[in-house]
Design a protein around this ligand. Structure first.
Ligand code: HGY
Ligand code: MN
Ligand code: MN
Length: 418
């Protein structure tokens, strides 16, 4: 039986112009591709600047006020009556990971722009300002931690610490934001509510054949950088018993991390995403190994246990191998529950539109988890093909994206007319 969209669904999903949404997604998705077509629009890079310029161009063409705060968070504001009520804020991010897909973050921002344009074009009476935000450096790939602009906006990260944060070449956020021309002087008030539309980046909605994810919260996480220091030596002449091989210590730790997560699956996940050896020569015993670990769970106590277990394993490796070891915490975030009445509003809107839906937590981190500390917040998910994300194969269909935008429009209309 071919599912028939309810009249309201048909009407709503066409109210946000999906054609424009898809063309903007495609256009923005081209910004930051290299000659091989690999997409990396890393925070505060030239590609990020181009993406920002494009977003602001579209916003200004639609007649919206645009603002930029001191950490480069971009705000697109619709406040026809000049109300000084606290605003409803929707948004996400437009920076990407390396070898990225084109939907992560950008979908929420560009669908949000479409919602503002629809509200404006239809002359929907709104009782409070409506705004869209594109947060700086959500991904935290070039500059850690992730959720960077949202941490500064919510006061979790000071502006000076943020400016001083350096990438692996020692270039700082402050220098780069200045260079790309996005150190702003504008401010934006704490919103009355924050709603973020995002691709699920996981397999649940597709597996359950649901249109909409009614997101209940976000898993907690911590990220660490771990280093091992040994002695470089000749690969041919050094007996195994005399070696202080940083690479072998790192390999043991990497195995431990994976086994720890598997022992507590599915509540705990852990990823060694970067790994380097020095001096990195085929015939030299590595003197130094550095890796990062990204560990997540919906349970704070599991995160605490995991961090303590990793620290204990590091001490044991140091003891048994005479390697120097060090662990630096790069970022932490507690598990977050979203606002029950906003979660209900998302669910009721999906029901209203005749869309199938499912309540689920987010395994991925999002700016909404920072916003939840300062205002009621929630998220809306649409399915990800094969659950794939942070990968050029990341994909959601135009119909799926249109449904998400329709739900965002419905939730926003409810919130701005309260
Ligand atoms: O890593 C994350 O969970 C998000 O995509 N920044
Ligand atoms: Mn994202
Ligand atoms: Mn991401």
């Amino acid at each position: 039986m071919i599912p028939v969209l309810s009249d309201k669904a048909q009407m709503n999903s066409s109210r946000v112009d999906t054609r424009i949404l898809m063309s903007r997604l495609t256009r923005l998705g081209e910004v930051g591709r290299d000659e091989r077509g690999v997409l990396a629009r890393l925070a505060c890079s030239d590609a990020d600047r181009q993406g920002r310029d494009l977003l602001l161009k579209w916003a200004r063409e639609s007649g919206f006020e645009t603002r930029c705060d001191a950490i480069g968070n971009l705000f697109i504001v619709y406040n026809p009556s000049g109300s000084d009520e606290s605003p409803i804020l929707i948004g996400s991010h437009i920076d990407s990971v390396i070898n990225a897909g084109m939907y992560d973050g950008c979908y929420g921002v560009l669908a949000g722009l479409g919602v503002l344009e629809t509200i404006k074009a239809e002359g929907v009476a709104i009782n409070r300002p409506l705004a869209l935000v594109a947060f700086t450096n959500e991904e935290g790939v070039r500059f850690t931690p992730s959720l960077f602009g949202a941490r500064v906006f919510t006061g979790v990260l000071s502006l000076e610490a943020a400016y001083a944060t350096a990438d692996r070449d020692g270039v700082t956020v402050g220098e780069e934001l200045l260079r790309i021309g996005y150190v702003g002087t504008d401010s934006f008030p704490t919103p009355a509510a924050y709603v973020e539309l995002h691709i699920e980046q996981g397999p649940v909605l597709e597996a359950d054949k649901r249109d909409i994810g009614v997101v209940t919260g976000v898993n907690g996480a911590f990220s660490i950088r771990v280093s091992f220091d040994g002695v470089a030596n000749h690969a041919g002449t050094t007996p195994m018993r005399l070696r202080r091989d940083a690479g072998q210590g790192a390999a043991r730790f990497m195995r431990f991390v994976d086994e720890l997560a598997r022992a507590h699956t599915p509540e705990l996940v852990a990823t060694v995403g970067t790994f380097s050896l020095e001096p990195g020569a085929i015939n030299v015993i590595p003197s130094r190994a550095v890796m990062t670990v990204d560990c997540r769970s919906s349970k704070s106590e599991l995160l605490r246990m995991a961090r303590e277990a990793m620290a204990a394993e590091l001490a044991a490796i140091s003891e048994e191998t005479a390697l120097g070891t060090h662990m630096a915490v790069l970022g932490t975030s507690e598990p977050v529950d979203f606002a029950p009445d906003l979660i209900d509003c998302v669910e009721e809107t999906a029901v209203d539109l005749g869309y199938s839906h499912l309540r689920l937590p987010s395994g991925a981190g999002h700016d909404a988890q920072m916003m939840a500390a300062v205002c009621p917040a929630t998220m809306i998910f649409v399915p990800s093909l094969g659950g794939i994300s942070h990968n050029p194969l990341e994909h959601s269909s135009e119909e799926e994206l249109a449904k998400g935008a329709a739900v965002l429009l419905g939730v926003v209309e409810e919130l701005v007319t309260r």
